[in-house]
Design a protein around this ligand. Structure first.
Ligand code: AMP
Length: 396
């Protein structure tokens, strides 16, 4: 079965066509600057990347261009659209309505729309992508895979905020968590790679990318995660602040003469390691600055690692122990010096870093020494493959 995986943002769209039997990527790419001017990147596996600048006023045109590229007689990955058997869409927020992936019927789309105010930047864009695909491929089954679904097993004590209960009842103000597709994929993969029984395991997944979150996965089910109502809560991220004293919002608004939306913009886009360091949100730049002795970059890296280590400690408490800590996403998979810093806090768990193994980039590898009581492991995430698998499970 060939599955087209679509991850649609407000002005961009990433896609992969995956053969679900071999789990091979047949072609992949992205559309950028939708509604501005338009740029399609397309790459059939084994061939060079093709870049086409062409107007893409709407997502429908963008998806049409992707479909045209996929069936192009010279460089296409399939002979006709009939060879695309299903489409799997990433949907950011499923609220409390979706605890698992689902086939996108008209009723389901209405329910997703009802979650729009929980993710005003992401869900409307996801829906635009879904509707455009439905118009262009009316007979192809579509599945929605939610970032929030894996975390729906969190107990109430983990997801309620210390706020008036009516806000939860009236508006759904609670912790939801994100990156669920990745946390689910990586926790399963970690258990498999380590030869552990997932149903009898305590795994902490540290998804450390530009957006970063941690989850506590007990017997295969999420019991806590660091992101909340929105992806702003939790770890210090590339440009997001993570946890701050809420009073800071009012304080900064007054001092800097900013409106609340402007302060939120600072917390989302100008904070994190970018805001702290003044160097970059990218850990490759930060590592260079760190090694050059840039003090603000050093502070940013220290704060980032310390926050991760504190969350790991709290999830050890939540699960009364931990068997394995899995590092994933851009930083978790590639940035050795940050993993080293985090693991340096975890001696109390009986973890010793294997410095040689920790040089690993982007592949499955145990990075703790064989005599460590808790295992530290790198597990590359693959959200597109996870979406493909979920889609196949629902349509075949
Ligand atoms: P993500 O959001 O998962 O794509 O992660 C992006 C972060 O991963 C950035 O801070 C990058 O600096 C960091 N990173 C470090 N090394 C690499 C690499 N080789 N490839 C991709 N991302 C990397």
């Amino acid at each position: 079965m060939n599955v087209l995986v679509i991850n649609c943002g407000s002005s961009s769209l990433k896609y992969q066509l995956i053969n679900s039997d071999s789990e091979e990527v047949l072609a992949k790419g992205l559309c950028e600057r939708i509604g501005i001017d338009g740029r399609l990147v397309y790459q059939k596996t084994g061939l060079d990347k093709e870049i086409t600048e062409a107007p893409m006023p709407t997502h429908k045109q963008a998806i049409q261009m992707v479909l045209d590229a996929l069936v192009n007689p010279k460089t296409g990955a399939v002979a006709s659209l009939d060879e695309i058997d299903a489409v799997g869409h990433r949907v950011v927020h499923g609220g409390e309505k979706f605890a698992s992936s689902t086939v996108l019927t008209d009723d389901v789309l209405q329910t997703i729309e009802a979650c729009n105010d929980l993710a005003p930047l992401h869900n409307p864009a996801n829906l635009i992508g879904i509707n455009a695909c439905k118009e262009l491929m009316p007979n192809t089954p579509m599945v929605g895979v939610f970032d929030t679904a894996f975390h729906q097993t969190m107990p109430k004590k983990a997801y309620l905020y210390g706020l008036p209960y009516e806000y939860y009842e009236k508006y759904g103000v609670r912790r939801y968590g994100f990156h669920g597709t990745s946390h689910s994929f990586v926790s399963k993969k970690a258990a498999e790679f380590l030869g552990m029984d997932l149903n009898n395991s305590k795994i902490i997944v540290a998804h450390l990318g530009n957006g970063a979150s941690i989850s506590a996965v007990l017997n295969g089910k999420c019991v806590d995660t660091s992101m909340g109502l929105t992806p702003l809560e939790g770890l210090v991220m590339g440009t997001r602040s993570g946890d701050v004293d809420p009073s800071i919002l009012e304080f900064i608004a007054e001092k800097e003469n900013l409106t609340l939306p402007e302060v939120m913009d600072v917390l989302n886009k100008k904070s994190g390691v970018q805001g702290m360091s003044g160097v970059s949100s990218d850990f490759r730049d930060l590592e260079d600055a760190y090694n050059a002795g840039n003090e603000r970059a050093i502070d940013a890296c220290e704060v980032f690692a310390y926050r991760v280590a504190k969350y790991i400690g709290s999830y050890v408490a939540a699960m009364n122990g931990v068997d394995a800590i899995a590092f994933t996403a851009g930083i978790g998979e590639n940035t050795s010096f940050i993993r080293e810093k985090i693991i340096a806090y975890l001696g109390y768990l009986g973890i010793t870093l294997d410095k040689e193994a920790n040089k690993v980039r982007g592949e499955e590898r145990i990075i703790s020494t064989p005599d460590s009581k808790t295992i530290a492991v790198v597990i590359p995430t693959n959200e597109e493959l996870a979406i493909c698998r979920e889609t196949v499970a629902l349509v075949s």
